[in-house]
Design a protein. Structure first.
Length: 569
């Protein structure tokens, strides 16, 4: 059974077989150094050798078959022995079966990891063959169910558009039915597939010769389909119309939102467009309205933190800040808190951009910068409405922060978010923004910092022995107890799209403004403030909480290390 060697130097192989000259290799290596592109792609784009020439050269070297997919008659059931995601990820295709052995075509037959992973996934011995990537991707589009449907709709739209660029009038209805129906069908299918795969974002990205659609699932982007670049304009125009954006403006970024109904569920879509070299790139964030808000006791907070957090938000006044980067679950945590605090006896006003969750009993206001409905302006009006609790979506500037701090000092409970790296740097960040020192010292009750880590897939969770560098990282928190614990990881399966993870969970750290910290903040010595804060937070850091999930078997060591590296940047 053929098996890829440990390493093949493609340039040397092509020279050896007479397909490339030394001078061409030298030029290609220089281009690779400048651009970072793959060497094989540079050979093809420069006209030195064809994709077929490279594939046949590799097949000769590895003593295996080359399969031309243009004349290959696929068996869809056989192909689906390998799930779509790993097939796309590793650029492979199940070609045939003989005596229980599967013949599998690889676009990169030198990828040892892909070879081993495909063998594990199909649970068969495999015979290696070489195929061409540009022939493979359209074939995968046809074979796999939803992607085939999306690809078919995209082709239908491409055919109806022909070679003529779409006009604004056609989309607006001057030529009804010419483009609108295929666009709507394609977008509907994309949204439904995104909902099914639990995608948080849809990325529509025009390239020079294609249009790429990707989904972000559990914080990681996955390629969904690749279509003709001609349909990009039609998709973007339709999305702009749905969200009320200016369809005549292609030179500037725009933001908007709209709502769609998918399988009986209403989904809010936040859309952002940005001009790129080959057209407008679109990113859409999906927010389900009726999925049900999380309760605090379902956020997996450590018990001691949950108790302290509940005490902090239940006080009659003060401010509680939740910090972290974009997409770290800050708003989810705050709304879980509001869900617990919400009662007929309390008036709650939220000031947000945009309103991400809808909660009965709240007075929710969305800011609108274009009509000067800013955070600060809405917040001043909100405080005249006699609220008990105010949620500020984000403290973006000094004015908003000062109004929020002043409200916290005058009998209101204020909840808000701030983009900082950890809990300890948050008060210092507010001081840097120009907020008076006494306000920071007297108004903050608690700062909660959080990150999202991926959770190991339950279907493929398996025991794991940490690598030497992982053991050293664990030793920082566990000391000599590293080897007394057991660890797990997810090798990947069809349920988790071969990622080893399914879903995410937050890790936390918190800082409470004790008398010692208040005094240090008032003195204006940041070094003293940091020293006291670190003493107080010992054992309650994001890193420590990530290690807790590792020991519980909820996440893998490398995922916890990824979170730690973000903190150390």
């Amino acid at each position: 059974m053929p098996r890829p060697p440990e390493r093949i130097r493609l340039g040397d192989l092509l020279i050896q077989q007479g397909l490339l000259t030394d001078e061409q290799l030298k030029l290609a290596l220089g281009e690779q150094k400048r651009s970072g592109r793959k060497l094989g792609r540079i050979f093809v784009d420069s006209g030195y050798v064809t994709e077929e020439g490279i594939a046949k050269a590799l097949a000769r070297q590895l003593k295996c078959d080359f399969v031309d997919l243009r004349t290959f008659n696929p068996d869809p059931q056989l192909i689906k022995l390998l799930p779509e995601v790993p097939a796309r990820r590793f650029r492979v295709l199940v070609l045939g079966e003989t005596n229980g052995m599967l013949k599998v075509g690889f676009a990169d037959p030198t990828d040892i990891a892909a070879y081993d992973e495909v063998s594990r996934l199909v649970k068969r011995d495999i015979e290696l063959a070489v195929i061409i990537e540009s022939q493979l991707m359209p074939l995968l589009d046809r074979v796999y169910r939803r992607t085939e449907e999306i690809s078919g709709l995209a082709k239908e739209l491409t055919q109806e558009m022909g070679d003529i660029p779409i006009e604004f009038g056609a989309v607006l209805g001057i030529a009804p039915g010419a483009e609108e129906a295929p666009v709507v069908k394609l977008l509907q299918t994309v949204f439904e597939e995104a909902q099914k795969t639990r995608a948080s974002d849809i990325h529509i990205e025009p390239q020079e010769k294609s249009l790429i659609i990707r989904f972000r699932i559990d914080g990681v982007l996955h390629l969904q389909t690749e279509s003709d670049s001609k349909i990009a304009t039609a998709l973007v125009l339709r999305l702009k119309l749905m969200s009320g954006l200016d369809i005549s403006e292609k030179r500037l970024p725009q933001d908007g939102r709209f709502a769609i109904k998918l399988r009986g569920q209403t989904v809010d879509v936040r859309i952002s467009t940005m001009p790129t070299q080959y057209g407008e790139s679109v990113v859409m964030r999906l927010l389900a309205q009726n999925t049900g808000l999380l309760e605090l006791n379902r956020l997996h907070m450590p018990p001691h933190l949950l108790e302290r957090f509940r005490q902090a938000i239940s006080r009659p006044s003060g401010i509680v800040l939740v910090t972290g980067p974009t997409g770290s679950g800050k708003t989810t945590t705050l709304y879980a808190a509001l869900n617990e605090l919400n009662s007929p006896e309390k008036k709650i006003i939220t000031v947000e951009d945009p309103v991400e969750y809808r909660l009965p009993g709240l007075n929710q206001v969305q800011v609108h910068e274009k009509i000067d409905l800013t955070f600060s302006r809405v917040l001043r009006s909100a405080l005249r409405q006699d609220p008990d609790i105010v949620l500020i979506g984000e403290m973006r500037d000094q004015e908003t922060a000062e109004i929020g701090m002043r409200a916290a000092m005058t009998g209101h409970m204020v909840l808000s978010t701030l983009h900082t790296n950890d809990a300890l740097s948050t008060p210092i960040r507010l001081l840097d923004m120009g907020v008076p020192r006494y306000m920071v010292a007297l108004s903050i009750q608690m700062v909660l910092a959080q990150r999202l880590v991926r959770v190991i897939c339950e279907n493929c969770s398996a025991p794991y022995t940490p690598a030497p560098h992982e053991r050293e990282w664990l030793r920082y928190e566990l000391g000599d107890q590293v080897d007394s614990h057991s660890y797990r990881h997810g090798p990947g399966c069809a349920h988790c799209s071969n990622t080893g993870y399914q879903g995410r969970q937050a890790v936390y750290e918190f800082l409470e403004m004790t008398n010692a910290l208040v005094e240090a903040a008032n003195q204006g010595d940041p070094n003293e403030f940091i020293r006291i804060g670190r003493e107080q937070m010992a054992g309650n850091t994001l890193r420590k909480d990530a290690v807790r999930l590792v020991l519980e078997g909820r996440t893998a060591v490398d995922e916890a290390m990824r979170i730690s590296s973000q903190l150390e940047e």
